[in-house]
Design a protein around this ligand. Structure first.
Ligand SMILES: Nc1ncnc2c1ncn2[C@@H]1O[C@H](COP(=O)(O)OP(=O)(O)OP(=O)(O)O)[C@@H](O)[C@H]1O
Length: 378
């Protein structure tokens, strides 16, 4: 093939790819599911069109998700939700505090490579990456990750490294960094931003350091209540039968061996739905644990909102409040998230509660788009 023919083929491939992306967006907006791999079978294998692609990563202790979106600079911020997801890849833990720097880096590199290969994109088509990863608590963590990302991507690629709570906020605000997010899964953290870039966080220091509204915190208190009831140090509770039955144990004493066998936070936290069931069945001990946990979670939010002045001087300004994580999901009659909202509405009447419809990795990709547009076009 002559160089002219090669160029012509390349241009034709890019045009076809653009048509595919635009067509896919139209279908996506109409609510159809887009199987990008099928579409890419007829293109030349550069997902995202000539404008390239964005990567958004949500790196947690349980798993790491990478989302690839097309870069469409002509989109306005309000159109971001219509960007089709070109690819989604999942890997394991990427928290460097849990698995060490080398393993965390390998996981992140692998999940980005998987996402790109799933949509037929190459590393050279990446325009911006937002890596929102747990364990990024300090500017030195941020800088270290930025340094090795720079080894992977050339200098024109925009790189942003943030704590994973930031992606969770962005998933509810379409990539805008304004408001407060509360995450309550195995752990918990509250994180907030003002529109002029001030930020604050509360909790997120782990169960030893007071994260009592977390899944771990709730379940640990339930286990403690069972042991106390057994000893005669606390009231009897439905939690005893419920937890022993679920763990296939015959007495409260066996709980000691069960916890020592594997004290991992997520294993303990998995008991939260039992606590909710007992509270729904009228158990006062379980109910008290949940009510106190709601207060704990609300106090983290209150601390962040007050430190940032998100509710204005008279406490009456509206601000987004994004809730993320299994503990806050609205799938039970005893709705922990709803109770947290009730609690903080007393302090901040104009709070705007949001339960995001997209996962935090999409929030990270939207952030990448926002940061990129700000850096390039402002
Ligand atoms: N209906 C429910 N009500 C309350 N809690 C629930 C419910 N269903 C699941 N959970 C709890 O949600 C938690 C898991 O949530 P999620 O998957 O968001 O956490 P994670 O990703 O493991 O943790 P982290 O966000 O701290 O890394 C567990 O503690 C689980 O027991």
């Amino acid at each position: 093939m002559t160089p002219e023919q090669e160029k012509e083929k390349e241009e034709k491939g890019e045009q076809e790819e653009q048509v595919l992306v635009l067509d896919a967006m139209k279908r996506y907006r109409n609510g159809e599911i887009w199987d990008f791999e099928d579409d890419m079978a007829v293109s030349d294998g550069h997902g995202g069109g000539e404008n390239g692609v964005l990567l958004g990563l949500d790196g947690g202790t349980t798993s790491t998700v990478c989302i690839c979106l097309p870069m469409v600079p002509s989109f306005s911020h309000s159109q971001l939700q219509s960007l089709p997801i070109l690819a989604r890849a999942v890997a394991g833990c990427s928290n460097h505090n849990s698995v060490g720097e080398i393993a965390a880096r390998e996981t992140l590199e692998q999940v980005m490579a998987d996402a790109l290969s799933k949509c037929g994109s190459k590393r050279s088509s990446v325009r911006a990456v937002c890596l929102a990863v747990s364990g990024v608590n300090h500017p030195t963590d941020q800088q270290r990750i930025l340094n090795w990302l720079r080894d992977i991507f050339p200098s024109h690629v925009k790189l942003y490294v943030r704590n994973d709570a930031v992606a969770a906020l962005a998933s509810g605000t379409m990539g805008r960094l304004h408001g407060c997010v509360l995450i309550a899964g195995t752990g918990t953290i509250a994180y907030g931003f003002t529109e002029d870039g001030k930020e604050a966080r509360a909790a997120g220091a782990g169960p030893v350091l007071g994260d009592w509204g977390s899944g771990y915190g709730i379940a640990a208190q339930a286990l403690t209540a069972v042991v106390k009831a057994h000893d005669g140090r606390g009231p009897s509770t439905r939690l005893t039968n419920s937890i022993l039955q679920a763990l296939d144990l015959s007495s409260a004493e066996e709980l000691i061996g069960w916890t020592y066998a594997d004290p991992s936070w997520a294993r303990i936290a998995a008991l939260v739905p039992l606590v909710v069931s007992c509270a729904e069945a009228g158990d006062e001990v379980a109910n008290k644990i949940l009510l106190e946990s709601v207060q704990e979670l609300a106090s983290s939010v209150k601390a962040v909102v007050e430190r940032l002045g998100l509710s204005g001087q008279d406490g009456k300004d509206a601000f987004p409040f994004v809730m993320v994580g299994g503990v806050l999901e609205a799938n039970r009659r005893w709705d922990i998230g709803k109770e947290v909202v009730n609690c903080i509405s007393k302090y901040f009447p104009r709070v705007l509660p949001i339960r995001p419809k997209v996962e935090p990795a999409v929030g990270a990709a939207w952030l990448a788009w926002n940061f990129f547009m700000k850096d390039c076009y402002s």
